[in-house]
Write a protein that binds this ligand. Structure first.
Ligand code: ADP
Ligand code: MG
Length: 625
């Protein structure tokens, strides 16, 4: 088609052939605002991130009518220089990056240079600021993108105030999507909470319609941090949380995870920060869920506040306009690290020595119990199979457990009825163990025990179930898994990528008792499965595993299925209610709990024991001390 032909086309009769024009600045800013400014809370998020990037140590947030009427944020950061005020409101203008290299290693929360112009294009905005080292403050306003011609002098301390009024006044379509004042403010509160969790060293005050909603002092040590978390997530989270701290060469994970028994019905208390930026990430959620897999009640959600730090060039934050998502360069390594760290922290949850809630009671000997402290305490005494002494695969011996109702505790009682030989090197000698000594069995269900703090109540079935389960897992892992060939080998059509993964993962499959091989370009065949899983739908299981491998580079699905079978066997093999236990048997169970990983909750995530200390009991009886 040449130029003359083009001229012959009449635009009126050819409405499909539109001509191209450059968008006005105003319109292109509003389009950008469509991505980053969804509601008042998004404005608060962007402005708070700017204040943090400016090095603020104190930020005051004033909100009116859920932020729809006004949002005003004052900080004591570095301020904006007079000559930069106009630029600050221009699209693609930022002080945070200059070169392409900078884009690969972003250490600030912002970098797109989009927030202020976007917000300005859909509101009435005023930026007032006094830059550090200057003695004059200036203010610059805009009315839906119509900015005034020059900054005017104002009174303002060093730092910046951003005032955003009448959000979406010129974009009625957006305004229609806003919810009630209460809902919008709730979202703002959540945004402030996230920033507050990530930076305990910054003081924050949030007011709504002049009423103070949050007033958080700055703190620089762990107790101050915990105080802030208690204010934001509730004291009960702090009471039920364990701190964790893991480091490798490049990666470090710190923060708090709630014990599995403090799980939530919603995934609403999950805060994950990457280099100080809150993110929502499939890979992270998956790794955490996997770590909690074995200890969480079905359908419940773990609670955590976690901080991952890694070199800035290892993570791409330029993935999404709102910067809620990131991409890890070594995603598989990050997944693996997170899983291991959290899994380890959860495995360590068991009654601990010296974990006195009041902190003041010195462990002391209770005379009536003294004789028992000389009893052998280690769980190892009667689990030879898990320590490789016998050459027979330990698993075979254990597989008959379901019909063997807690035989091991009867054996143990036997052992204890023999004269006890003192343990010469036992560090516990002379100290009361964390779960104390059994006093009695209550209605065939609970064990009552006394430790140095007060009363311990143990759900004996739940506790034994966890112990049996952990022991079965250990022996299952140390022994060879028994496999059985399928009557008819099963061939599956898969994608080429999945077929490659099968080839690469032969060993992983074999370790778990599967024989899965690649047959052709897009065909794999399953020949053998673990005896334990003979009854499951193997095809869907293998397909799900391959899907995991494609997305996360890792799958715990096979292990999870094996664990599920073991767990149900452990449940059947554990002491039933109404089975009478002798004191030595009960004590053996208590000692076992102290030595078993994850013994704080049963296989279904319910707690196995609880403590009532003396002052709690005193309170019950209104007994002053
Ligand atoms: P970005 O944060 O991506 O750089 P913004 O549009 O959010 O883009 O902000 C533009 C620029 O304005 C920032 O780069 C920064 O230099 C300046 N700025 C914004 N808010 C503040 C503030 N509270 N204190 C100091 N400078 C600020
Ligand atoms: Mg910004």
């Amino acid at each position: 088609m040449d130029a003359e032909d083009t001229l012959l086309i009449d635009p009126a009769t050819q409405p499909d052939t539109r001509r191209i024009q450059l968008l006005s600045t105003q319109l292109s800013n509003q389009i950008a605002a469509g991505e980053v400014v969804e509601r008042p809370a998004s404005v608060v998020k962007e402005l708070l991130e700017n204040s943090i990037d400016a090095g603020a140590t104190r930020i005051e947030i004033d909100v009116e009518q859920g932020g729809m009427r006004q949002i005003k944020i004052l900080d004591d950061g570095c301020g904006v220089h007079h000559d930069d005020l106009v630029l600050a409101l221009s699209r693609h203008a930022t002080s945070k990056i200059v070169t392409q290299d900078d884009l690969g290693q972003i250490a600030t929360l912002g970098f797109r240079g989009e927030a202020l112009p976007s917000i300005a294009s859909v509101s009435r905005m005023t930026l007032s600021s006094c830059a550090k080292g200057e003695n004059k403050a200036w203010s610059f306003s805009g009315d839906g993108g119509d900015t005034q011609s020059a900054p005017v002098p104002v009174a303002h301390p060093v730092g910046t105030t951003l005032e955003v009024r009448d959000l979406f006044f010129n974009t009625p379509a957006r305004r229609k999507f806003l919810r009630t004042e209460k809902t919008e403010f709730g979202k703002i509160e959540e945004v402030v909470k996230r920033i507050a969790l990530s930076r305990a060293d910054v003081a924050l005050r949030l007011r709504h319609n002049r009423r103070v909603v949050l007033d958080l002092k700055a703190g620089h040590n762990e107790p101050a941090y915990l105080q802030r978390i208690a204010a934001l997530c509730g004291q009960s989270f702090v009471d039920n949380a364990r701190s964790l701290d893991f480091d490798t060469m490049d990666l470090s994970l710190s923060g708090w995870i709630a014990e599995p028994t403090f799980s939530r019905s919603q995934a609403d208390m999950q805060y994950f920060f990457v280099n100080g930026r809150i993110i929502r990430d499939k890979l992270v959620t998956h790794a955490v869920r996997q770590a909690y897999r074995d200890v969480l009640y079905h359908g419940r959600h773990p609670a955590y506040v976690l901080f991952l730090e890694l070199p800035v060039d290892q993570v791409d934050v330029n993935v999404h306009p709102t910067k809620h998502e990131v991409r890890f360069r070594e995603s598989r390594q990050v997944h693996d690290f997170l899983f291991r760290a959290i899994h380890k922290a959860l495995a360590d949850l068991r009654p601990e020595t010296g974990e006195s809630k009041e902190g003041s009671n010195e462990p002391q000997m209770i005379p009536a119990m003294a004789a028992q402290s000389a009893l052998p305490m280690s769980a190892r005494d009667y689990t030879p199979s898990s320590h490789g002494q016998s050459s027979a695969p330990s698993w075979q011996a254990r597989e008959s457990l379901p019909n063997n109702d807690a035989g091991s505790y009867a054996d143990l009682a036997q052992k204890f009825s023999q004269p006890a030989s003192p343990l010469p090197d036992s560090p516990e000698e002379g100290q009361i163990p964390p779960l104390g000594y059994a006093l009695a069995q209550l209605h065939g269900i609970y064990i009552l025990a006394q430790n140095s703090n007060g009363l311990i109540v143990v759900d004996m079935h739940a506790a034994h179930e966890r112990i049996t389960y952990e022991r079965m897992k250990t022996s299952h892992q140390s022994g060879k898994i028994r496999s059985q060939p399928l009557l008819v080998p099963m061939s599956l059509e898969v994608s080429e990528k999945e077929a490659q993964l099968v080839e690469a993962s032969n060993e992983m499959f074999a370790e778990l008792g599967f024989d899965v091989q690649r047959l052709a370009e897009t065909t794999v065949v399953i020949r053998e499965v673990p005896t334990l899983l003979a009854d499951v739908d193997v095809e869907s299981l293998v397909r799900d595993v391959l899907a995991d491998l494609v997305v996360y580079g890792d799958s715990q699905r096979l292990q999870a299925h094996i664990d599920a079978v073991l767990s149900s066997m452990a449940c059947h093999g554990s002491v039933r209610a109404n089975r009478h236990l002798t004191l030595p048997e009960m004590n053996a169970l208590l000692r076992d709990m102290e030595h078993t990983e994850r013994s704080g909750q049963c296989n279904h995530g319910r707690p196995t024991w609880t403590e009532m200390n003396m002052s709690e009991l005193d309170k019950l009886f209104l007994r002053g001390r």
